[in-house]
Write a protein that binds this ligand. Structure first.
Ligand code: PLP
Length: 380
C-alpha cells in the first residue's frame, strides 16, 4: 500500500466534509445571490461556513472573505491593498510561499524583504530593520510549508503595530494544525487554504480587518463585500466550513498524533550521519520534518522513495532542466548542495507508526545503510 507523507502539499478530503458537500453538488440548486428560497438556502450555507471558519480562527464573520484558495487570498492581499493610492511601500519575508512572493514582485509600490536567521526565523530586530517610515504593510507567514518553522506572530505583530504598520500573515499551514487566533495575535489580515486541513481544493479565505483599504481584483459582482466578484463555489465553501469545524474539534488530538510519529521519525533519521534536519532548534509544525541528506540529490531521493511506495516532497524546484534549491533554505544560508538534497515529510491524521517504521527501512535501503544497529522498531 502506498503511503502518503505529503500533507503540507494537500490533505485528503475528510469523509464528513465530503458528506456535507454532496447535497450542494447535486440536489440543492440555486444562486446564492437570488432572492427566492433556492437562493436563500445557498446563502445560508455560505453564511454557516463563514461562522465555522471565523470560529476556528478567532475572527468575526464580517472579516471573512471567501476566495478560491490561499493563492488568491495572498494575491488579493498584496495587489488589492497596494492598489490603494495611500500604499507606498510593503515588506514581505524571504521565506513566503510563491503565491505571495510572485504578486509582491508585480505590485506598483516599493517592496522590501524581511530577512530570516539560519533557523528560518524572522526576529523582531530583522522586522524592525525592514520597516521604513512609509511601510504600510508587512507580511510574515505563521508557519513555513517546507521546514514547518513557526514564527512568533504575536510579538512580530506588536512590532508592526508600534510602527503603525498593518500586519498580514499567511496562516495556510498552521490553520487546523495548531491553535491560532486572528484577534489574539493582533494581525490585521490572514490567508487561509481549505485543502491544507482536510477541506476541498479551490476554497480559501482572506480574513481582513475592515480598516484596510482593500480593492477587488475582480469586477462584475458585489459578492464577498465587493472584494471577490463572481458566483460563489457553494459546495467548496460548505466543505471548507465543515473542515474548519472538524479541525476545531480535533485540533489537539490531531496535533498529538502527528507529533509522536514525527518525533519518532526524526529520532531514527538523526542516526544517519548524513542527515541534517532543518529548523531543528525552533518550534515547528508537529507534522513536518524537512531534512537534507549529504551527498544525495533530493529529486532522486523522492523518486527512490516513490518507487518504494512513499509520497514526499523535495525541497527544490526543477526549472528548465536545472534543479534549483528552495528559496526558503537559501534564505536560511543552507549550502546549495545540502539544500538540493532536501526532502520534506509531512504527516497527517491517518498515518501510523508502522508506516514510519517502513519509511526508515526504505531510507536505509536507499542510503545503503546496512547496519541494523541503527534501527529501530523496538526504539520507536
Ligand atoms: C503557505 C502557503 N500559502 C499558500 C498556499 C497556496 O494555497 P492554495 O493551494 O489554496 O492556493 C500554500 C499551498 O501550498 C501554502 O503552503
Amino acid at each position: 500500500m502506498a503511503v502518503y507523507f505529503d500533507h503540507n502539499a494537500t490533505t485528503p478530503l475528510h469523509e464528513k466534509v465530503l458528506e456535507a458537500m454532496l447535497p450542494y453538488m447535486g440536489s440543492v440548486c440555486g444562486n446564492p445571490s437570488s432572492l427566492h428560497r433556492f437562493g436563500r438556502l445557498q446563502r445560508q450555507a455560505i453564511e454557516q461556513a463563514r461562522e465555522q471558519v471565523a470560529a476556528l480562527m478567532g475572527a468575526q464573520t464580517s472579516q471573512v472573505i471567501f476566495t478560491s484558495g490561499g493563492t488568491e487570498a495572498n494575491n488579493l492581499m498584496l495587489k488589492g491593498l497596494s492598489a490603494d493610492a495611500s500604499v507606498q511601500r510593503i515588506a514581505v519575508s524571504e521565506i513566503e510561499h510563491m503565491s505571495l512572493l510572485e504578486p509582491a514582485a508585480k505590485v506598483a509600490c516599493a517592496v522590501d524583504r524581511i530577512a530570516v536567521n539560519e533557523q528560518g526565523l524572522v526576529t523582531q530586530e530583522s522586522l524592525k530593520q525592514a520597516i521604513q517610515k512609509d511601510t504600510a504593510l508587512v507580511s510574515v507567514m505563521a508557519a513555513n510549508n517546507e521546514t514547518g518553522a513557526i514564527q512568533d506572530i504575536e510579538k512580530l505583530a506588536e512590532v508592526a503595530r508600534e510602527s503603525g504598520t498593518w500586519f498580514h500573515s499567511d496562516v495556510s499551514q498552521i490553520a487546523g494544525k495548531l491553535a491560532f487566533s486572528f484577534e489574539q495575535t493582533g494581525v490585521h489580515a490572514m490567508t487561509l487554504s481549505s485543502h491544507k486541513f482536510y477541506g476541498p481544493m479551490g476554497a480559501g479565505a482572506l480574513i481582513v480587518d475592515k480598516c484596510l483599504p482593500m480593492h477587488s481584483l475582480l469586477q462584475g459582482g458585489s459578492q464577498e463585500k465587493g472584494l471577490r466578484a463572481g458566483t460563489e463555489n457553494v459546495a467548496a465553501i460548505v466543505g471548507f466550513g465543515m473542515a474548519a469545524e472538524l479541525a476545531a474539534q480535533e485540533l489537539l488530538e490531531r496535533g498529538d498524533h502527528v507529533k509522536v510519529l514525527r518525533d519518532a521519525l526524526e529520532k531514527e533519521l538523526m542516526k544517519f550521519a548524513v542527515v541534517k534536519v532543518f529548523s531543528q532548534e525552533i518550534k515547528r509544525l508537529p507534522n513536518t520534518l524537512q531534512f537534507g541528506v549529504q551527498g544525495f540529490d533530493g529529486e532522486t531521493l523522492l523518486m527512490e522513495l516513490d518507487r518504494r511506495g512513499f509520497a514526499v516532497s523535495s525541497g527544490s524546484a526543477c526549472t528548465s532542466g536545472k534543479t534549483e534549491p528552495s528559496h526558503v533554505l537559501k534564505a536560511m544560508a543552507v549550502s546549495n548542495d545540502l539544500a538540493t538534497s532536501a526532502i520534506r515529510v509531512s504527516l497527517g491524521r491517518t498515518n501510523t507508526m508502522a508506516e514510519v517504521e517502513r519509511f526508515i527501512e526504505a531510507m536505509q535501503q536507499i542510503l545503503g545503510i546496512k547496519n541494523s544497529a541503527v534501527m529501530m522498531a523496538a526504539n520507536l
